[in-house]
Design a protein around this ligand. Structure first.
Ligand code: ZN
Length: 60
């Protein structure tokens, strides 16, 4: 499998396996990639929620 952040090859049994609540499994070659991906992944998610909320309210 590949690291979900830097896409470098991760050997099975090495690196980090992260399972989200929605069942999505992500692999990271190091804790650094995990932290960076989680930090960067949160911001766009919040923005998406805000934009979709704004779009639905303007639709009314
Ligand atoms: Zn990585």
């Amino acid at each position: 499998m590949k690291c979900s952040y830097c896409t470098s090859e991760v050997e099975s049994g090495r690196g980090l396996e992260f399972v989200r609540k929605n069942g999505t499994v992500r692999y990271y070659c190091s804790t650094r990639c995990y932290k960076l991906n989680v930090k960067l992944g949160r911001k766009p998610n919040k923005k998406e929620i805000r934009e979709s909320t704004r779009a639905s309210s303007s639709h009314k």
